[in-house]
Design a protein around this ligand. Structure first.
Ligand code: GTP
Ligand code: SPV
Ligand code: MN
Length: 589
């Protein structure tokens, strides 16, 4: 399929290592994909679902010990430790290779290796980059078909160039204790072994589009971020774009596909989705910051997705979608997950494949990190800009996380540098998207803790440098928190569609149309300036309570930040130290 010598030489090397019985190039044609689907049905890897209710949809179960990203087994390997550590697991490049080569040796004997060229970003876009993933998994091929622009078009884009990310994935023996997700940013290379879960094996996604790309961005002067991108259209038809970084399973897909409350819809407000997980951003010729979504589909959290919380996501999953680790309704051969509706199936299999009665069972039908892989083109509110590849101009960057206390519903940073500080101190309760304890507050700077491909101190410095380059054109930076709890553990803010009310305030701030109150942490809205018209079960007193800035709580927060910063040593930019001192001073006043 190609005469590219760099590709062929690398392929030969990898074939000699993993020794597949057969090598198959994925060209992206319908015939080939249909044949692979059918093979996956024969082997049981995929289950075809009801063709009338869910046309083209399939179900897949991973191994029960392989249901989320494994951060403890995810490595950034470089020649020198100081180029990656301390936030990342680090191992020296050749040491890691020496460890993995024996595991890869002959691991594809008796299997087929699929050679899967893909493009992150629209074909032809100046933002786009090519990768090739070698894999022994049809599940990976089918997912990458939805999540990327793949096949011959990607190879054409690459031409004779050596500029591609070399990905090697093997299910190998699926041994948990030998599971490794390894990035070699200095060699444009990713090795993943012994896993079959999305974030560990769809190498275009977190491994390339965040870990490798963040490293490339640092060197080439652009940014790869764990951010959604959305457009907000006002009644005059003008569209303004914002990006938002929230940690895994903290609301990016939901915000990206939001439907404004009725009052706004009646006036003509609309939201357009450009991306729900990853943004690549660079400065345009006019000096502004432009963003593209490098993906072509959504790998979204299934539980909690329903016609009320996120109809656009649910509609996106009604055709051509792969469901992973949800419950299987045997009566009508469809799928179900917690929070889909109030009518769980009685005759079903749970996500582990065991018989399950949703009406009587204590167990969950779907895994909390069960996912759908849905084509972006299915999304009713997909932006007209999505496929263009020119990028959309970013007016505001929003950070946010799950914080039961302390962090107000929304605040604005004083300027770009203060905004970088706000991003660097983000903290959030952990979720089921990664293995390990759930609900523990941890620092997750810019929602990039598990995804930064180089030293986080250098990453902060890169943010400052981008701000300097952008100057007057720099987007305004905000922080939001949809997840404040009352004393009984209920969410105080209704969230979802009502988050539009906060977006409106953010845009007004960008346009200088609304005043705000200066506090110890930045600018907070006057409660009267958040439009509550038509909101259900919520009053302005509650709003005031979640807009309050508790100086004592923030003084404690500052101590935690100081502790967190210590690990960066000399690599922590002085500007962040200054920002922390200012916060402390403001809290003491
Ligand atoms: P990744 O795909 O893991 O990066 O996650 P994501 O950030 O796209 O998260 P997603 O939008 O899928 O949301 C994850 C969970 O947060 C779901 O269970 C949602 O129901 C819940 N959620 C999203 N938005 C809100 C909100 O505004 N309020 C509340 N209370 N929950 C929300
Ligand atoms: C996340 O965990 O942030 C995801 C899902 O978006 S995964 O692709 O598994 O990383
Ligand atoms: Mn994500």
């Amino acid at each position: 399929m190609t005469t590219n010598k760099h590709v062929l030489t690398w392929l030969d090397e990898m074939v000699a290592l993993v020794k597949p019985d057969k090598v198959v190039w994925i060209d992206g044609s319908e015939e080939q994909l249909t044949a692979l689907r059918e093979e996956s049905f024969r082997t049981g890897e995929m289950v075809p679902l009801n063709e009338e209710l869910l046309p083209g949809c399939v179900l897949h179960h991973t191994a029960v010990n392989d249901v989320a990203r494994v951060e403890g087994r995810t490595y950034i390997c470089t020649k020198k430790r100081e180029d990656a550590a301390p936030i990342n697991n680090w191992m020296e490049t050749s040491e890691m290779k020496a460890k993995l080569i024996p595991m890869y040796d002959g691991c594809m004997k008796g299997r087929t290796m699929y050679v899967l060229p893909y493009c992150m970003g629209p074909i032809g876009s100046p933002f786009s980059k090519v990768g090739i993933e070698l894999t022994d998994s049809i599940y990976v091929v089918m997912n990458m078909d939805i999540m990327t622009r793949m096949g011959k078009q990607a190879l054409d884009q690459l031409g004779d160039s050596n500029d591609f990310v070399r990905g090697l994935h093997s299910k190998a023996k699926m041994e948990e204790e030998n599971r490794y997700i390894v990035q070699f940013p200095e060699e444009n290379t990713i090795w993943s072994i012994n896993s079959g879960y999305g974030g560990n094996v769809l190498l275009g996604k977190k491994c390339f589009a965040l870990r490798i790309a963040s490293y490339l961005g640092k060197n080439e002067g652009w940014m790869a971020e764990h951010m959604l991108i959305l457009g907000i259209e006002n009644p005059q038809g003008e569209v303004k774009y914002v990006t938002a970084a929230f940690p895994s399973a903290c609301g990016k897909t939901n915000l990206a596909m939001l439907i404004p409350p009725e009052g706004y819809r009646n006036k003509g407000y609309k939201v357009w989705t450009v991306g729900d997980d990853i943004a690549w951003m660079r400065q345009g010729a006019d000096g502004k910051l432009y963003a593209i979504n490098p993906e072509n589909g959504f790998f979204g959290v299934a539980p909690g997705t329903n016609m009320k919380s996120n109809p656009n996501a649910l509609i996106s999953t009604q055709k051509g979608t792969i469901f992973t680790n949800v419950a299987h309704n045997l009566d009508d051969n469809t799928v179900w997950w917690e929070g889909l509706d109030k009518n769980p199936p009685e005759n079903a299999l749970d996500w582990t494949g065991e018989p399950w009665n949703g009406k009587t069972s204590e167990k969950k039908g779907a895994h909390p990190n069960s996912r759908f892989t849905a084509p972006a083109k299915n999304c009713p509110c997909i932006s007209a800009e999505f496929d263009k590849g020119e990028g959309v101009p970013v007016s505001a960057i929003i950070f946010g996380g799950r914080r039961a206390q302390t962090t107000p519903l929304v605040y604005q940073s004083r300027d770009w540098n203060n905004g970088v500080f706000v991003g660097s101190i983000m903290a959030s309760e952990t979720t089921a998207a990664a293995t390990g304890a759930v609900g523990v507050v941890r620092r997750d700077p810019m929602a990039m803790l598990p995804f930064c491909g180089y030293h986080m101190g250098d990453y902060f410095q890169h943010w400052f440098e981008m701000g300097e380059k952008l100057g007057e054109n720099a987007p305004k930076i905000f922080n939001v928190n949809w997840f404040r709890l009352d004393s009984e553990g209920h969410f105080l803010w209704p969230g979802f569609g009502d988050n539009f009310r906060v977006l409106e305030w953010i845009l007004k701030r960008c346009e200088g149309k609304v005043d705000a109150k200066e506090t110890a942490i930045g600018y907070v809205p006057y409660a009267e300036d958040i439009n509550l018209e038509g909101i259900q079960d919520f009053d302005i007193e509650t709003l005031k309570s979640i807009l309050e800035v508790d100086k004592a709580a923030w003084a404690k927060e500052a101590e935690g930040i100081e502790e967190f910063y210590k690990q960066f040593g000399d690599k922590l930019p002085q500007e962040l130290r200054n920002q922390l001192e200012t916060l402390k001073k403001n809290c003491a006043e």
